[in-house]
Design a protein around this ligand. Structure first.
Ligand SMILES: Nc1ncnc2c1ncn2[C@@H]1O[C@H](COP(=O)(O)OP(=O)(O)OP(=O)(O)O)[C@@H](O)[C@H]1O
Length: 271
């Protein structure tokens, strides 16, 4: 277990300050309802960034905006150094292939087996023979810690934790550099959630992934995240390490990280 200073050093070495994604001056509104206003955020290569904020503050909207699934009224999103609004169709496709997503709801297609679910992005972007696709999908299934016999199963035959792992396998199908996880541990029991966090850390360490994780899970924020960004008042209120969150006097941050539910957690929980 690394102490705080050591953990900080490891974290700094890891992301080495290379920016992999920049959201600059983002404004998003639905009709007259402004959800995000002049929001700025940076994500560094190799980090696990935890994204937190009150319910309905716009965490999913921001993730969808970054992914190009929501219209924005203003601002720029640069991924891998390319402004997505100015990207050519070829650049756009290359960017899409380098980003994997685990959505909060509808994680898997219920009519498809786990193997077929993992193959969905492969079919969309690659033209591979079936046998090779089967082998690649099985590798992803094993990578996320599922047994091979999970491949031919349907989502309804899996536990909640296995479904999340299968959805993660699908997000990893195209060997992305950056993965977006929208509340990946919601609905899991604490043991399942802790195991999922460990898996995310292991994948980051072994594959060099960068992870953007929307979460309400304080355990995940304490144990898995190198940095945390807090959304409130339509913008990023604060971003920094868990130590920064614990020192913050911003009222929402203070009540979230030092409130009753956070009381049992402290920095000794950090891996
Ligand atoms: N397509 C849409 N049309 C209109 N309003 C929307 C749309 N998508 C999101 N909103 C609104 O934007 C606000 C932010 O929603 P969002 O789902 O991003 O919140 P969140 O921070 O992810 O919440 P939670 O933690 O509860 O999942 C909400 O008020 C929501 O109703």
């Amino acid at each position: 277990m690394a102490d705080t200073a050591e953990a900080q050093e490891i974290s700094e070495e890891r992301h080495d300050h290379e920016i992999i994604l920049t959201a600059h001056d983002i404004t998003v509104a639905f009709g007259s309802k402004v959800v995000l206003k002049n929001l700025n955020l940076e994500i560094y290569r190799g980090e696990i960034l935890g994204f937190v904020g009150g319910s309905g503050t716009g965490k999913s909207v921001l993730m969808r905006t970054i992914l190009g699934l929501n219209r924005k009224q203003a601002g720029t999103v640069k991924v891998f150094g390319i402004d997505v609004d100015k990207a050519t169709p070829e650049e756009k496709m290359a960017i899409d292939m380098r980003m994997g997503v685990l959505f909060q709801h509808g994680a898997l297609f219920s009519a498809l087996t786990v193997l077929e679910n993992v193959q969905v992005p492969m079919r969309e972007y690659l033209d591979l023979p079936k046998k090779l696709m089967d082998e690649l999908a099985m590798l992803k299934i094993e990578l996320v810690g599922l047994p091979r016999d999970a491949g031919p199963k349907f989502p309804s035959e899996l536990s909640g934790g296995m479904i999340k792992r299968a959805a993660l396998a699908r997000a990893l199908a195209l060997d992305p550099d950056l993965v977006f996880l929208d509340e990946p541990t919601s609905g899991l029991d604490p043991i399942g959630a802790a195991e999922f966090d460990e898996l995310v850390i292991k994948l980051r360490d072994t594959l060099g992934l960068t992870v953007y994780m929307v979460t309400h899970d304080l355990d995940s924020l304490f144990t898995a995240c190198d940095r945390i960004a807090v959304l409130g008042d339509k913008r990023v209120l604060i971003q920094g390490t868990i130590e920064d969150m614990l020192k913050s006097e911003e009222p929402w941050v203070k009540s979230y990280f030092r409130g009753k539910r956070a009381r049992h957690l402290d920095l000794r929980h950090r891996a």
